[in-house]
Ligand binder design. Structure first.
Ligand SMILES: Nc1nc2c(ncn2[C@@H]2O[C@H](COP(=O)(O)OP(=O)(O)OP(=O)(O)O)[C@@H](O)[C@H]2O)c(=O)[nH]1
Ligand SMILES: [Mg+2]
Length: 452
């Protein structure tokens, strides 16, 4: 392991966080590195100090520049820290320069995120995706890991040294493993695509948004999903879909997804996109934002950028500002409301605003789905329960020929109902029915038993 070759041994979990911020950035170091601190704590480090350097670009050789790097080394010594964590992705050489100056291991933002993903991956797909990203991250850094062997043989880069041979062997092993993991992932993904294609009749809603916005909490509140929701970044790494029964008895599918993050390591972007792929087949996106975060507007921009690169910018969406119970001064949300004037404000924790969210979803369904009146002959009565579960039933009335139903349904469901015995109602089917005004009062009650 890396730490074997380090001279200074401070507390291995106490970290000094550092980063480069643009010239003139008015934020304190703690403010600028707040997200990095959350990431570090999620990975079970303790932030022992923060340090930022104001410069236009990071130094290509040492990231901070030599003066600030010496300062960082001093802070590490004083705080007796065992590790330093950088807010950006470092090149292998920058990492090496920082470790040489501070005498402690240095991990960068990518490595930290990879570590968290590794800790939280639960399904076989998530584990393989993290493994693949970690292998790809490791590849260009092999040289840095083996320099202690090279040193024994008289200096870095001497061909034929023990380190050089070891690098070749490791590189070959890594390549083989990357190929094997890639094949296995492809197999799982193809299986998932088939699963997604197999259920087009139910309207699907995917919850997307920045990490920690409250996506899993919403899922838990609306369904009996029992998914993990906690105050950590990247609690959810895989996509999970559960049936959600709307008031009125109709069932839609709700999908919880991995959270977005600024500066995601590029090795993870592909697997992240693969994980989200399923959600992109949704009929509607709920884009969730933590309205109480001082960075809410920037987080929403990140989410929009990611949706754009995924080709999902034009999917139907409802933006949801969450954690309103924590917002003492609503004027802080002015920028958000300006960007998203049709958003719905809720608190998943207290339930405030949830009826508004429900109404927005119902209004969306009414706007996009086919509204038709069908006659379900007695012979096709077996379809009745399924219609109640999968479509919105606006009215129903029994006639001598069968059940006259005004429904709102997806084209796929409607197509099948018509193929299996239902037919579009005609004037003669409506002859026995009273005037429309009387019908609204007999709108169907939700069935008592749970939908299949
Ligand atoms: N005060 C408050 N806390 C909330 C609310 N909704 C969610 N939380 C908390 O926010 C934290 C994150 O919630 P999650 O549901 O795990 O968030 P997520 O978006 O699924 O996060 P990732 O899976 O990490 O992307 C948890 O501690 C929740 O209890 C809310 O309306 N108000
Ligand atoms: Mg979650």
């Amino acid at each position: 392991m890396k730490s074997d070759s380090f001279a200074t041994r401070g507390n291995p979990t106490e970290a000094i966080l550092f980063g480069v911020v643009p010239m003139g950035d008015p934020r304190t170091a703690a403010e600028a590195l707040h997200e990095l601190q959350q990431l570090a704590e999620t990975a079970e480090f303790v932030a022992a100090g923060c340090m930022v350097q104001h410069r236009r670009h990071p130094d290509p050789h040492s990231y901070l520049g030599s003066g600030k790097l010496a300062e960082l080394a001093e802070v590490v010594k004083l705080a007796h820290s065992g590790i330093v964590i950088c807010d950006d992705s470092l090149t292998p050489n920058q990492g090496k320069a920082i470790e040489a100056a501070t005498g402690v291991p240095c991990i960068d933002r990518s490595e930290l995120i990879l570590q968290i993903f590794g800790m939280h991956a639960r399904t076989p797909q998530a584990r393989l995706q993290v493994e693949l990203a970690a292998l790809q991250y490791e590849m260009p850094r092999l040289r840095r890991r083996w320099t202690h062997l090279e040193r024994q043989r008289g200096g870095i880069g001497v061909r034929g040294g023990a380190g050089e041979k070891q690098i070749d062997v490791d590189r070959e092993l890594l390549r083989n493993r990357i190929a094997a993991v890639g094949r296995e992932l492809k197999r799982i993904e193809q299986h998932k695509v088939r699963e997604v294609q197999a259920r087009p009749e139910l309207f699907t809603i995917a919850v997307v948004g920045y990490t920690n916005a409250g996506k899993s909490s919403l899922m838990n509140r609306l369904t009996d999903a029992g998914v993990l929701a906690e105050n950590r970044l990247f609690s959810t790494l895989d996509t999970r879909t559960r049936p959600w029964r709307l008031p009125g008895g109709r069932t839609v599918l709700l999908t919880d997804t991995v959270g977005f993050l600024r500066k995601l390591p590029h090795q993870l972007v592909a697997s992240f996109h693969a994980t989200l792929e399923e959600a992109l087949h949704a009929d509607l996106l709920l884009v969730m934002v933590d309205g109480s975060s001082p960075e809410a507007a920037e987080q929403l921009r990140t989410v929009d950028e990611v949706l754009e690169t995924l080709g999902a910018a034009n999917l139907a969406r409802i933006t949801v500002f969450n954690k309103m119970d924590l917002v003492a001064d609503p004027t802080t949300l002015a920028e958000l409301w300006q960007a998203e004037p049709h958003a719905v404000a809720v608190s998943v924790a207290t339930g405030a605003g949830m009826p508004d969210l429900m109404a927005a979803i119902q209004a969306h369904l009414a706007a996009v789905e086919n509204r038709v009146e069908i006659l379900l002959p007695h012979a096709a009565g077996a379809l009745h329960a399924e219609i109640r579960a999968k479509a919105t039933v606006l009215s129903e009335f029994y006639t001598a020929d069968g059940c006259l139903m005004e429904i709102q349904a997806s084209p796929a469901l409607l197509g099948r109902l018509l193929a299996e015995g239902a037919r579009v109602a005609e004037d003669r089917d409506r002859a026995e029915r009273p005037a429309a005004d009387d019908l609204t009062s007999s709108a169907p009650e939700p069935p008592a038993d749970p939908a299949p």
